[in-house]
Ligand binder design. Structure first.
Ligand code: ZN
Length: 421
């Protein structure tokens, strides 16, 4: 197989899609052992001999100290391939599931920001909403154009595609330059994903041949790809997604010299303003592991004492609760001070004194238990301000055993704010 055009994530262009994608284990392994670049001071000993002149330049190349944490958290999502009909794999997501995910982002009240806004915020030049999402698509699959983009257009979400040079016009399942130009006219941001999408083994082999060979190799991967994408599509390429999430300390050093400002890994996590730009976390959304999307879209409300709410509890996702609740999961209510109620009459051996209700924006609320009806309820006492309201109810049984908290969310019709109380 021609190693230059085949990578761990991408089947050979024009070939069978049966080629096994990276396994989740490999993703985890890459995350834990490879994707995290060494601490800036922690240049490996074998590279240190060659590196000394670069270490000070690393410090001076850093444009400025990171602005202080402003409390904003950003989840960067990374997608690959889509299909409505082919079986889901780690790298291939069902198109209708992607659509539900995009809808869930909206229902959760998260804001999808462009790479440009993300970058401005990261530099401390601009504020973005406290809970923001950045959408990225790796490799340049044709299904991004055919399946994902129509959904993105429908929701009006900005997004970024990470292309690797050898897969552009790669035939088969690759996007063509013509398709990419159309997306550029739409305003898509383009980032580099290298020239050949090298395996870690290939990178190490080059590295083992000494600093000159390795530098030439990295320039081919990082500089040539940038120049190619910029000249072919008439855009500025200022961000880089490490192929397979794998990086070495030399990559961001050279990358900054070349004009890249942000480098993305496949390490899951939220980004703050203080997160180093050399190793930005990213949630790779796998078709076979829905929990990754849920984790990515779960933001803690540090200032509101709200229970973390997995996206799966939101409308259109997982919605079978064992006990009747009101408002119902995913319901759109036009009352900004609804009564929130759960019927716990079917809970056996319930100790009612242990019932606790949390409501987003309110923290723990003084809900009351009605023995006759077996309901636990609270009337919201000031107007709900957010497009979604998240509720969690927990309790113990008479022997003190805690039940798993019941969580759900409903939506608030914005226009209801103008109705009389
Ligand atoms: Zn890739």
């Amino acid at each position: 197989m021609p190693e230059e055009v085949v990578d761990p994530e991408v089947p050979p262009s024009g070939g069978s899609s049966e080629q096994a994608p990276r396994s989740a284990d490999e993703v985890v392994e890459a995350t834990e052992t490879e994707a995290v670049p060494a601490d800036p001071q922690g240049v490996p000993t074998d590279a240190a001999d060659a590196a000394p002149p670069e270490e000070p330049s690393d410090a001076s190349a850093a444009p400025q100290a990171h602005p202080r944490d402003d409390g904003t958290r950003v989840a960067v999502l990374g997608y690959h391939d889509f299909s409505e009909t082919l079986p889901e794999t780690e790298m291939r997501l069902r198109t209708s599931k992607f659509r539900k995910q995009m809808e869930t982002i909206r229902l959760l009240g998260l804001t999808v920001v462009s790479m440009e806004d993300f970058s401005s915020w990261k530099r401390g030049e601009k504020d973005i909403p406290k809970k923001s999402v950045v959408l990225t698509f790796d490799d340049g699959w044709k299904s991004v154009y055919t399946d994902a983009v129509p959904v993105l257009r429908e929701f009006g979400y900005p997004y970024t595609i990470y292309l690797y040079r050898n897969y552009v016009d790669g035939g088969g399942k690759a996007m063509t330059s013509e398709m990419i130009r159309e997306l550029v006219r739409d305003g898509v941001a383009i980032g580099s994903h290298s020239t050949s999408h090298p395996y870690p083994a290939t990178v190490r082999k080059q590295q083992a041949q000494g600093p000159e060979v390795y530098d030439a190799f990295l320039r081919k991967e990082m500089a040539d790809s940038k120049a190619f994408l910029e000249s072919r599509f008439g855009v500025t390429v200022a961000t880089y997604a490490y192929p397979g999430g794998f990086s070495t300390p030399e990559m961001p050093l050279l990358g900054r010299e070349l004009g890249y400002h942000h480098f993305f890994t496949v390490l899951p996590g939220k980004i703050t303003r203080a997160t180093p730009d050399d190793a930005l976390p990213r949630y790779v959304i796998l078709g076979t592991h829905d929990s990754i999307f849920e984790n990515a879209t779960t933001f803690r409300d540090s200032d509101e004492d709200a229970p973390p709410m997995p996206a799966g509890a939101i409308a259109g996702m997982i919605q079978t609760l064992p006990h009747a609740v009101s408002p119902e999961p995913g319901a759109l209510v036009n009352d900004r001070r609804p009564e929130i109620r759960i019927d716990v009459s079917k809970v056996s051996d319930l100790d009612p004194a242990t019932l606790v209700m949390h409501v987003s924006g309110f923290g723990e609320v003084p809900a009351t238990f009605d023995r006759v009806s077996g309901t636990f309820a609270w009337k919201v006492n000031r107007q709900l301000r957010h497009p979604t309201c998240q509720v969690s109810v927990s309790w113990r049984n008479a022997s003190g055993v805690a039940a798993a908290p019941l969580r759900w969310a409903f939506r608030i019709d914005r226009d209801a704010a103008y109705l009389a109380d």
